[in-house]
Design a binder for this molecule. Structure first.
Ligand code: TPP
Ligand code: MG
Length: 910
């Protein structure tokens, strides 16, 4: 019985949930008159006493209903209508007709860019229908809200939807910021004079774009952490508190990316009322409807309301207001909530007669509401997102809202204005060409002053400088402080080289065993105390501070919390208690590598956004970096982010015990494709010190647009003193760490090691010398990536300058006439050392950790992956045998002597 009951219980819960969605769709035979009376009472309360009293009455009614056993279903939704009713709508402050004309011209130029580009170069691409649907959403922002960055004001921060880029270019053209030649070269960046990048790319257009947004889902998350970082800077007194906002424009389809909604609770928790999302709900994505059988707007509303955001729905344009006014019974709002998006998609591009029959025809009372209106008027009923008055009202409410973030859900039509060429059609996203008739129709619809003949040439059109349009547009931007988007490096470089700061780490650990992670944390601690850079350092951890031995920093610099610490921490009596503080310096992000990376990006670009040189140090489990959030790293690179990513617990065999999902033999390979990322796999404390010191100087003193990936390990060993003259090699990627002691030996070898594996190489050096009479030099390879980049650059130069004296790659120069067999051992994939084999003077044997990790101790793992001292020894002997320097039988014997099982598992495939 009990089981049956609970099963029924579950079912009935589902039914209730369904009912919740249908609250406004299922009348339960309530008499019209009865409901009318209730409405009238509420209206009179509203009129006489205002919304607060009305709310109070409704809340008490709800409580009263519950007490009387009325089970009110939970719903996070409001009716399918505008959140801001007409009576609360502010007066639109602009010249609506002039703004419409400006917007029409921008629409035309945006379309012209794409059509022209594709006429000249078939398939060059570009998007028309995204901006077509969002034009009003952008224009209201440009004309009335977005303040530019200036000397006196930090400005608003705007993440433009990537696919709407043609619209932003078209506006900049109208503003006189982009020449017609630039527009002509949309998506043709290599044309003489340069072109415009397809999407927002600060790397390619560093004076224009600030944020790369086109990989969908990244910008909403980045915007949330950007808004949070602004508060961090304010709370740490690094910038004054202002009312500057962060705006993010998203597509409704984009919200399906898990990152899009992944951090919305953080935004509400942090009360980020400096954050505004605008979601362009055209109900379509690339292939078709976002939710053909559902309602994306209602789905998003409940998600955001559930996360405690302020949600403003902008669904219906002003033309609907008088009809809604006549609808005293709430039937129209009920009907509005009944349709699924697939139906709406068709309805909004259908004839007035169709609308009358299929939408209003549902109920004779609805039909009556629109009786006085001709079909043409029904066809012209606009959606909210195309009505500047409604959009203005929403934006105004959003910027004035206090205590939390706002999302605006604006209903629009994809491909608005394209008519037969794609308005509302499922193919519209891909539409790049319009035929002559379609162009003429678009021209006429938006009143572009071009005759039939000129129109089909799709010229760019900009009215004269003294035209009312240009004058108005300029005046609006002037009032808002200048143009946007615009990017500039606004910080002043730091002044010191930090030589002194890092010097103590050149000394070694004096016999103490420490890990490189501990060494790094020691340096971080020292940097935090530095008078110039101390304040600028932003340590970022995704719930791994204890893993990396950073908990001492909790106490010394505090964990950032926008509300301070409202509780007495359980460990308050301990030295290293969990101290949260409003001016705390550490960003303890919790378990979100994506969120941490977004903080890293915000902090690493503050030199442009905020004119502050913050230096982020993001330390995390290396396996959950590039592999998990590689696309954010790519965006960071595009954005010219500066700072240090530290891959902790790295190395496939150096992290013991954790097994397949944790042990990282990949990250250095995944760091390769990022062009401006310098990647290092240091073995010793002094190597890290040299890299950090050089990195801070490059990025924050010299203004180089690069960032760093440094792997640090948790294996403790003695840190040696820095060998004289090794500095340049550390930075360039390799240097001789320990030369062979017996140089006259007949048998010679060159051994490369990196990170913790360098110690295995040093042990192999001893075995080779003592047991097999091979004198080997040991090299620390700090960066295969740096060596590779140098190699390909050298080759390229030589190829392009055949008559000049050929340059020699750094690796080749280093090895010079270094004799003997060459062996490289790494804790990463073998491909890493193999990348440089071309510039290594002879054949090179490579040992690496291709394959899945294992739960095991370090020694067993290194045996399994064949990267320990005995396998390095074997590889050197084998190379010598291939060279004919020793007999194969010596190698065979060594296999036995070294205790190697030749029939062991192959780590690559097991
Ligand atoms: C991560 C990612 N996946 C896929 C794409 C390819 N893509 C570009 S636009 C688009 C559809 C966008 O739909 P929506 O977000 O609703 O924006 P709209 O154009 O309708 O405003 C897709 C799938 C992309 N840019 N990024
Ligand atoms: Mg869409």
């Amino acid at each position: 019985m009990a089981t049956a009951q609970s099963q029924f219980g579950d079912d009935s819960q589902e039914t209730r949930a369904e009912m919740a969605n249908e609250t406004y769709t299922q009348p339960h035979h309530v008499e019209d008159l009865e409901i009318q009376e209730w409405f009238e009472s509420l209206d009179s309360v509203l009129e006489a006493s205002g919304p607060d009293v009305a709310r109070e009455i409704l809340e008490r009614l709800r409580a009263h209903a519950t007490v009387n056993g009325i089970d009110l279903p939970f719903t996070a939704n409001t009716p399918y209508t505008n959140t801001i009713p007409l009576r609360l709508q502010p007066i639109f402050p602009g010249d609506q007709e002039l703004e419409r004309r400006i917007k029409s011209l921008i629409r035309w130029n945006a379309l012209a860019m794409v059509v022209r580009a594709n006429r000249e170069e078939h398939n060059i691409g570009g998007h028309i229908s995204t901006y077509a649907s969002a034009a009003t959403l952008y224009e209201v922002g440009f004309n009335h809200f977005w303040r530019a960055r200036s000397e006196s004001f930090e400005g608003d921060t705007i993440y433009f939807q990537g696919h709407a880029a043609p619209g932003m270019y078209a506006r900049a053209f109208m503003e006189g910021r982009l020449s017609p030649e630039k527009l002509e070269n949309f998506r043709r960046e290599l044309k003489p004079g340069g072109g415009l990048s397809s999407y927002p790319h600060p790397w390619l257009m560093p004076d224009f774009w600030e944020f790369p947004t086109v990989s969908m889902g990244l910008s909403p998350l980045m915007a949330i952490y950007q808004a949070r970082f602004q508060r961090y800077l304010e709370n740490r007194a690094m910038k004054p508190a202002t009312d500057a906002k962060v705006w993010a424009f998203l597509g409704d389809g984009e919200t399906d990316e898990p990152e899009s909604l992944g951090a919305i609770t953080l935004a509400a928790r942090e009360k980020l009322d400096n954050l505004i999302f605008v979601i362009n709900c055209n109900l379509q994505r690339l292939d078709g409807p976002v939710r053909g059988n559902g309602q994306i707007i209602q789905e998003l509303e409940s998600a955001f309301r559930g996360a405690k955001w302020n949600v403003i729905k902008v669904l219906w344009g002003s033309e609907w207001d008088p009809i809604l006014e006549r609808d005293t019974e709430g039937l129209l709002v009920k009907r509005m909530g009944e349709l699924v998006d697939g139906e709406y998609q068709k309805l909004v591009v259908s004839s007035g007669a169709y609308v009358r029959e299929h939408f209003f025809g549902h109920d004779p009372r609805l039909l009556k509401l629109v009786e006085p209106l001709p079909d043409e008027a029904l066809r012209r009923l606009r959606l909210g997102g195309h009505d500047p008055r409604k959009v203005y009202a929403a934006y105004k409410a959003a910027v004035e809202h206090k205590g939390g973030p706002t999302v605006i859900l604006a209903r629009t039509i994809k491909g608005y204005g394209l008519g037969e060429a794609g308005e509302g059609k499922n193919v519209t996203h891909q539409q790049k060409k319009l035929n002559e008739e379609e162009l003429k129709e678009f021209r006429s619809r938006f009143g572009i002053p071009l005759n039939d003949q000129d129109c089909i040439e799709v010229p760019f059109y900009r009215p004269a400088e003294d035209s009312p349009e240009i004058q108005y547009l300029r005046a609006r931007r002037e009032a808002l402080g200048g143009y946007t988007p615009a990017r500039a490096v606004r910080s002043t470089p730091i002044t010191t080289d930090n030589e002194e700061l890092f010097k103590e780490f050149y000394e070694g650990s004096d016999g103490r065993e420490v890990s490189t992670t501990m060494a790094f944390v020691g340096m971080l601690r020292k940097m935090l105390k530095d008078p110039e850079i101390g304040k600028l350092v932003v340590p970022i951890v995704p719930d791994e501070a204890r893993t990396f031995g950073m908990e001492s920093l909790f106490r010394t610099v505090g964990i950032y919390s926008s509300v301070g610490q409202k509780y007495e921490p359980v460990d308050v009596n301990t030295l290293l208690y969990y101290k949260e503080a409003k001016d705390g310096q550490i960003l303890e992000e919790g378990i979100t590598e994506a969120g941490s990376m977004a903080s890293f990006i915000a902090a690493g670009t503050a030199y442009a956004t905020n004119a502050i040189n913050t230096i982020p140090f993001f330390i995390y489990y290396s396996m959950f970096g590039f592999q998990r959030i590689g696309d954010f790293v790519w965006a960071a690179a595009d954005m010219r982010t500066r700072g240090f990513m530290l891959g902790g617990t790295s190395g496939r065999t150096t992290l013991s015990g954790e097994g397949l999902q944790h042990q990282d033999g990949n990250s250095h390979v995944l760091a390769l494709p990022v062009p401006n990322l310098r990647a290092y796999d240091p073995a010793y404390a002094y190597e890290i010190a040299v890299i950090l010191q050089d990195g801070i100087k490059r990025m924050y003193k010299d203004g180089e647009n690069c960032f760093y990936y440094i792997t640090v390990m948790n294996e403790p060993y003695v840190m040696p003193t820095m060998p004289a003259g090794s500095r340049e090699g550390i930075l360039k990627g390799m240097y001789k760490f320990r030369a062979a002691s017996y140089k006259k030996a007949k048998l010679r070898a060159q051994l490369f090691g990196s990170g913790a594996i360098l110690n295995e190489v040093l042990r192999a050096q001893e075995i080779l010398e003592q047991k097999y009479g091979v004198a080997a030099d040991v090299w620390s390879v700090t960066s295969y990536k740096a060596l590779y980049m140098d190699g390909i650059e050298t080759d390229r130069w030589n190829r392009l300058h055949p008559t000049q004296k050929a340059r020699i790659a750094y690796v080749t120069r280093q090895l010079g006439d270094a004799p003997g067999a060459i062996v490289a051992a790494t804790d990463y994939l073998k491909t890493l050392p193999n990348m440089i084999s071309k510039w290594v003077p002879r054949r090179m044997a490579t040992l690496g950790t291709d394959g899945f990790g294992r739960s095991e101790g370090r020694a067993s793992l290194r045996d399994f992956f064949e990267v320990d001292a005995k396998f390095i020894t074997l590889a050197a002997l084998h190379e010598l045998a291939i060279d004919g320097k020793i007999e194969s039988s010596v190698v065979d014997k060594a296999i036995g002597e070294l205790g190697i099982n030749p029939e062991k598992w192959n780590p690559v495939v097991s």
